[in-house]
Design a protein around this ligand. Structure first.
Ligand code: KIV
Length: 285
C-alpha cells in the first residue's frame, strides 16, 4: 500500500498535519487487484504501535505471539483474552492509520460460532480492534460467517497454526505435497466464501502459497510462505533483531536489541560514574 504516513512523533496527530486515512478492508482487496504489497507487523504496546503506524505499516496484528515474545510463556497456547485486551487497547490507541487486528487466543473461539462472536465483540468493544484473526479453515468457516455477518472483519490463518502445534507435531511446514496443498487451498476458499477479508499463510511452501494467492480474491499475507503472497507479516521482535533466536524465514531488518543493550549499559556507566544527571537534567531550585 502506498499511502504515506504523516510522521507525527507524539502519539497524537500533529497540529496542521492531516490525519492519515485508515486502512480498511476494501483497501486490502484494492491492493491485491493493483498488485501492491500489504505490510503487517505484530505490535503489543502503544510505543511500538506508534512507530510502526508512522512508518506506514498497513496492518498491526496484536498476535497471541505476545505469549512468547512479551509474557515469557513457552508458546501461544496459555495466552488468555484478559492478557490480550490491554495490548489490543494500547495498540489501537496509538494507530491512526493502520488496521488493528486482534488475535483470538486458543480456547476463546473454537467451541462454537457464538463463542467466537462473544470474544470478537470484546476485542472490538473493549480493545478497539478493527478486525480479528483466528486459526483454521473449513472447521471455523461457520464462525467466520457469523462474525462477518455481524460486521466484524475476520483475517484467517492457515498453514502452520501455532495454537495447534501439539496436534501438528511441532513447528513444521504445512501444505507439502499435492494433497496437502489442495487441502490448504480448499480451506482458504472456505474462509473467503465465509467472508474473511484476508488470510495469513504461515510456513507454507512457495508453490502452495502462490496457488492460494492466484485462486483467492482476498489477499494472502505470508510468513514463511515465499514471495508470491499479496503481503508479508513478521513478528516485530524477529524483524527488528530483539532476540537471540529467530526463525529462518524471518529476516532481521535492524539491531534494536543491541541498540537497547548499548543504551542501558551507557546509562548504568554514567550513573555509576556520577556523570548523569548533569546540570541540564537537574532543577537548580
Ligand atoms: O500471533 C502472531 O504473531 C501471528 C503471526 C505469526 C502471523 O499469528
Amino acid at each position: 500500500m502506498t499511502d504515506q504516513p504523516t510522521g507525527a512523533t507524539s502519539g497524537q496527530p500533529e497540529q496542521g498535519v492531516p490525519v492519515p486515512k485508515r486502512v480498511r478492508v476494501h483497501h486490502l482487496v484494492q491492493d491485491k487487484e493493483r498488485g501492491e504489497q500489504i505490510t503487517m507487523l505484530t505490535a503489543y504496546d502503544a510505543v511500538t504501535a506508534r512507530i510502526f503506524d508512522e512508518a506506514g505499516i498497513d496492518m498491526l496484528l496484536v498476535g497471541d505471539s505476545i505469549g512468547n515474545t512479551m509474557l515469557g510463556l513457552p508458546s501461544t497456547i496459555p495466552v488468555t483474552v484478559e492478557e490480550m485486551l490491554p495490548a489490543v487497547r494500547a495498540v489501537a490507541s496509538a494507530a491512526h492509520r493502520a488496521m488493528v487486528v486482534a488475535d483470538l487466543p486458543f480456547g476463546s473461539y473454537e467451541a462454537s460460532p457464538q463463542q467466537a462472536f462473544a470474544t470478537a465483540v470484546r476485542m472490538l468493544k473493549e480493545g478497539g480492534a478493527h478486525a480479528v484473526k483466528l486459526e483454521g479453515g473449513e472447521r471455523v468457516a461457520e464462525h467466520v460467517r457469523l462474525l462477518t455477518g455481524a460486521g466484524i472483519p475476520v483475517v484467517g490463518h492457515l498453514g502452520f497454526t501455532p495454537q495447534s502445534e501439539n496436534i501438528l507435531g511441532g513447528k513444521r511446514v504445512q501444505g507439502r505435497g499435492n494433497e496437502a496443498a489442495e487441502r490448504l487451498v480448499a480451506d482458504a476458499v472456505a474462509l473467503q466464501e465465509a467472508g474473511a477479508c484476508a488470510v495469513v499463510l504461515e510456513m507454507v511452501p512457495t508453490p502452495a502459497a502462490a496457488r492460494a494467492t492466484e485462486i483467492l480474491r482476498i489477499p494472502t499475507i505470508g510468513i514463511g510462505a515465499g514471495p508470491e503472497c499479496d503481503g508479508q507479516v513478521l513478528v516485530w521482535t524477529d524483524m527488528a533483531g530483539m532476540g537471540s533466536w529467530s526463525p529462518r524465514f524471518a529476516k532481521q531488518f535492524g539491531e534494536v536489541g543491541a541498540a537497547l543493550y548499548t543504551a542501558s549499559r551507557k546509562f548504568a556507566e554514567e550513573v555509576r560514574e556520577r556523570r548523569f544527571p548533569g546540570p541540564e537534567h537537574s532543577f537548580a531550585e
